[in-house]
Write a new protein. Structure first.
Length: 183
């Protein structure tokens, strides 16, 4: 990247665990990551706060800025109305991802950031191609940077970092419906 190039990239972060390695990789690639914590899907405000605290630790560790959206679970619930019984990784999840990425695009536009990505794709339970397609679909003039953070042991690296930092570790994606599909 050239010296005069705006190297900022907004990274939507679902949690501290998933964002640790992606932040490091983006920095290695020459980007200046700005973390956006926007997760109205989380089932309780307590869960939101626990994940936010872990995210703050990761951001301090990596010396990156963190922008936090307020917790508005009703936004998620109204969006997925009628999809509550969908299986994990189905239509409900697609809508959830779409909501969070649309909000990321909106925040990037507000800040004049021209690129964005998401830490969601690091999970082995998430479909990289599907999430990338959603990222491109909702980009609205902001470039979606599709990086498969799982590659080169990314999931292992992010988990090791989270263990080293003593981060809160959740065992479900986040919404109340994902709790019934723990596998």
């Amino acid at each position: 990247m050239g010296q005069n190039t705006d190297n900022r990239i907004m990274i939507h972060a679902c949690c501290g665990i998933c964002s640790g390695y992606p932040i490091e990789l983006l920095k290695e690639m020459g980007y200046k990551p700005i973390v956006y914590f926007c997760n109205p899907n989380l089932d309780t405000e307590e869960e939101f706060e626990r994940r936010l605290e872990a995210q703050k630790i990761v951001c301090m560790y990596n010396w990156v800025d963190l922008i936090t959206e307020e917790y508005r679970h009703e936004d998620f619930l109204s969006l997925i109305k009628g999809l509550e019984n969908e299986p994990e990784r189905g239509k409900r999840c697609d809508k959830c991802i779409e909501l969070r990425l649309m909000q990321t695009v909106q925040k990037a536009k507000e800040l004049g950031i021209k690129k964005y990505t998401t830490s969601l794709v690091i999970s082995p339970r998430k479909n990289f191609t599907k999430i990338s397609d959603i990222g491109v679909k909702v980009c609205n003039g902001i470039e979606y940077v599709a990086i498969d953070f799982k590659k080169n042991d990314g999931f292992l690296k992010t988990n090791n970092l989270s263990k080293n930092l003593g981060l809160y570790r959740q065992n479900y994606c986040g919404c109340e419906f994902s709790k019934t599909h723990l596998d």
